[in-house]
Design a protein. Structure first.
Length: 59
């Protein structure tokens, strides 16, 4: 499992690459899936593919 610093760095990377207007926190990782919560309380699932992060619904 990743350390909190690694999870925070990944969350920052996702926010930066996707130009998110809100912050996210990674709650857990299962393989290529990252389960996140936005600053508004929404649950979001990102999938890492080819060094990019996609919403689960985009694939």
């Amino acid at each position: 499992m990743s350390t909190q610093q690694e999870l925070d760095a990944m969350a920052k990377e996702i926010s930066s690459l996707r130009n998110l207007p809100y912050s996210i926190k990674i709650e857990k990782i299962e393989g290529e899936k990252l389960y996140c919560r936005s600053s508004w309380g929404n649950h979001i699932v990102y999938i890492k593919k080819n060094d990019k992060y996609y919403l689960e619904s985009e694939l």
